[in-house]
Design a protein around this ligand. Structure first.
Ligand SMILES: Cc1cc2nc3c(=O)[nH]c(=O)nc-3n(C[C@H](O)[C@H](O)[C@H](O)COP(=O)(O)OP(=O)(O)OC[C@H]3O[C@@H](n4cnc5c(N)ncnc54)[C@H](O)[C@@H]3O)c2cc1C
Length: 150
């Protein structure tokens, strides 16, 4: 039997489909075998994690994802900008980031900083200027961050 693809991937979940995409982009012909004919199983995918968005961006698919998910209208939740604990507030960096984000996405955005410097009055004012709410996480990484802001 002659194989009809360079590569056969078994399983059409996120890992299989992503591997298929990357191999196809590298010039391979790929066939993905998935045992299910539909998606009618346990509901998944209510949250698209920040790390997933980062990967979509690296793949050049973030704009398309934002455009297609806009079809959910009010059912699409906010975008969460979740920052590592090491990211201290820096008005210039934050302004540049939200300028870029707001040029691509008009909908609701929430931010979860984890560094105490984000409690400065200037930080709240800057978030408010971009219509970004600061989330009130539980537990909070630093005292004061359990209160919402922005
Ligand atoms: C209830 C639930 C809710 C979740 N919600 C989220 C969420 O909101 N956001 C998020 O990021 N993650 C969520 N996850 C986690 C996410 O679903 C997994 O991280 C992700 O599906 C893992 O991808 P995968 O490709 O490794 O495996 P899978 O998604 O399990 O994909 C494996 C695929 O292989 C197929 N397969 C298996 N054996 C064979 C075979 N012999 N032949 C052919 N096909 C086969 C399976 O049918 C399946 O489609 C959720 C998980 C669960 C269980």
């Amino acid at each position: 039997m002659t194989p009809d693809a360079d590569l056969i991937i078994v399983g059409g979940g996120p890992a299989g489909v992503m591997a298929g995409l990357l191999f196809a982009r590298a010039g391979c012909t790929v066939r993905i075998l998935e045992k299910h004919a539909d998606f009618f199983r346990d509901f998944r995918g209510d949250t698209v994690h920040p790390s997933t968005m980062e990967i979509l961006d690296q793949l050049g698919m973030l704009e398309r994802f934002l455009a297609e998910s806009a079809g959910l209208h009010e059912h699409r939740g906010p975008l969460l900008v979740q920052l590592p604990a090491s990211h201290a507030f820096d008005a210039r960096v934050v302004g540049r980031f939200f300028d870029g984000l707001r040029s691509r996405h008009e909908g609701p955005v929430v931010c979860e900083p984890r560094h105490v410097s984000w409690l400065a009055a200037g930080a709240d004012a800057l978030l408010a200027r971009y219509q970004v709410a600061r989330v009130a996480p539980d537990p909070a990484r630093a005292p004061g961050l359990e209160r919402p802001g922005g």
